[in-house]
Ligand binder design. Structure first.
Ligand code: DCP
Ligand code: MG
Length: 371
């Protein structure tokens, strides 16, 4: 059983590279349809169903062959009766009654709109919806609505930060962050992580994620605050939320996947000047401003946790969830963004390859982790 599960894990996460060859039905792609249902259950706060549809969608995205009929998916895991029924309808007609009903539902549409604002989660969106608000102008005009600083910036820069970030823009941001890092600590370690580390063919992401650290133990937090200060002095910081480290050995390891890790981190909105981007700014040329706002996340683990943080922040979320489940269920180990434990023994790692080796798994490259 372990071997079958192991094999499936490797198959799903290594076939993704070939997944782009899928021939899709004309009107609605089954994996996107299942993602819509996952999201609607997320809004309804039914996590079990949300996860079931998300996993089913992930399995479809990972297939290296074209699904033309339901028989093509025989023997695949994570496809429940409900998902199969939706797929069957789409494969036969290109439509799904349930998905189209969801997409045209006023509540779904409104929650989708509200949660597209930086700083607005499903709970706030639901509260606004229950208060009778249906549009951004409703929210901004409503008496008694208090927007926190993050939400204010989310509305202020909505146009820019809801527009995809191109690879060229991510590269230009990388140079900008690198300059700031070097100015603070010349021998610091900086790595691109998140979606832009995973994408190969895909050219766009929603933000740019970086890990920064230093070889001097305990200096990583100072490094992060130094970078923030530097960007501020350069007039490039449009928004900053800084979370100090709460990394504490006693709390390790965590059993909760969704919990935020305890490393020092910051959520930024950075001003990217057009001149820094080869080929110009994606989609921002039209308004003649010559700059655009981009969401950037920086996380700063201590050096001995760098490999765990890099693996955790490279994602995808679904991949991380599967990897942790594999560690727990098949190896009786506990893996999270900080650590890997075999019962009470900490398994040290300096690279991601060490972590895969501890888990008895073949190494999987970042671009094979797009589940
Ligand atoms: N992550 C995490 N804990 C958090 C936030 C993120 O472990 N609190 C991990 C999982 C994500 C990765 O970090 O895969 C990056 O998060 P993003 O939300 O930036 O997602 P991606 O970079 O994967 O995709 P996108 O292109 O949408 O930015
Ligand atoms: Mg990202």
């Amino acid at each position: 059983l372990i071997e079958v599960d192991h094999l499936f894990f490797c198959l799903v996460h290594s076939c993704i590279v070939l997944g782009s060859a899928i021939t899709r039905p004309p009107l609605l792609f089954p994996q996107d349809a299942l993602e819509v249902l996952a999201e609607s259950y997320e809004f309804k706060e039914i996590p079990g169903r949300c996860l079931a549809f998300r996993r089913a969608s992930s399995v479809l995205k990972s297939l290296p062959w074209a699904v033309r009929c339901l028989r093509d998916t025989e023997g695949l895991p994570c496809l429940g009766e409900h998902s199969k029924a939706v797929m069957e309808e789409i494969l036969q007609s290109g439509h799904s009654f349930e998905v189209e009903k969801t997409l045209s539902d006023e509540k779904y549409q409104t929650l989708k709109l509200f949660t597209s604002v930086f700083g607005v989660g499903p709970k706030t969106a639901e509260k606004w919806y229950r208060g009778g608000l249906r549009s951004f102008s409703d929210v901004l005009a409503a008496p008694g609505i208090h927007l926190n600083r993050m939400q204010q910036s989310g509305f202020l820069h909505y146009g820019d930060i809801s527009r995809a970030v191109s690879k060229a823009e991510a590269r230009a941001l990388g140079n900008l962050i690198d300059e700031a890092v070097r100015a603070v600590t010349p021998d610091a370690v900086l790595a691109l992580t998140g979606g832009f580390r995973r994408y190969r063919g895909k050219e766009f992401g929603h933000d740019v994620d970086f890990i920064v650290t230093t070889r001097e133990p305990g200096k990583e937090e100072k490094l992060l605050t130094g970078i923030i200060e530097r960007l501020k002095q350069q007039g490039l910081l449009l928004y900053c939320e800084y979370n100090a480290s709460t990394f504490d050995m006693v709390k390790l390891p965590s059993h909760q996947f969704e919990a935020m890790d305890h490393f020092a981190k910051c959520f930024l909105i950075v001003r990217l000047e057009g001149g820094r981007v080869e080929g110009g700014l994606h989609g921002a040329e039209g308004d003649g401003r010559g700059w655009r706002a981009v969401r950037v996340d920086l996380v700063s683990p201590p050096m001995d946790r760098y490999a765990f943080a890099l693996l955790g922040w490279t994602g995808s979320r679904q991949f991380e969830r599967d990897l942790r489940r594999f560690a727990r269920a098949e190896r009786r180990m506990l893996l999270d963004n900080h650590t890997l434990y075999d019962k009470t023994k900490f398994l040290a790692a300096t690279t991601e390859k060490d972590i895969f080796a501890h888990l008895g798994l073949e190494y999987i490259e970042p671009w094979q982790r797009n589940a």
